[in-house]
Design a binder for this molecule. Sequence first.
Ligand code: MN3
Length: 216
Amino acid sequence: MEQCYPFEALPLPYPYDGLAPYLNAETLTFHHDKHYQAYVEGLNQILEKCPQYQSWSLNRLVTEYAHLPRSIQEPVRNNAGGVYNHGLYFMGLCPGGSMPGSRLTAVIEKAFGSFQNLNDALIQCAMSQFGSGYAFLISDAWGRLGLVKAPNQQVPLSSRMCPLLAIDVWEHAYYLQYQNRRKDYLTALTQVIDWSFVEHRYADVMDATRRRGQRG
Ligand code: MN3
């Protein structure tokens, strides 16, 4: 799902009230239609004035923004990051949640001991992000899972790391429903994570690694 200019917000693959009561419709509507949309528009506005970079994919923008003219590096980093991270966040949720299949479960147990441990560690990682940012479940190029946090709209994407799941801990992600209770939000969120989406992304990372191995 490589996205290109002009960028568009990915439509929610579930209704606005589909994640209730864990995330209510008001929270989801503002988050998707206002906050996510603002990053999309911000990125398009920057690139509108820089046609020579309109061919850059979203992945390229978030990984190679440092090669852009200095004046747009920071705005591209923030806005392209916001587009990437929000797409990943919303696509990683689904009504009722879903469980990982046997293949991903085995990888999770190897890295975290158990699925429950992963959920606990994910909440802990997201709680420890001071201020705005995200917690991510990532895979390295060898298929090893890990958790990382990042401030603002930084994206932990590189040749050796791919984010599989993004947990948004900006206050706008939960304030309307949970106010300052970030942990309540995170605990609720673990009920609606779409682990089959995570498993698909993980399979994609492994396929890409195999292809690179065959080339090399
Ligand atoms: Mn957000």
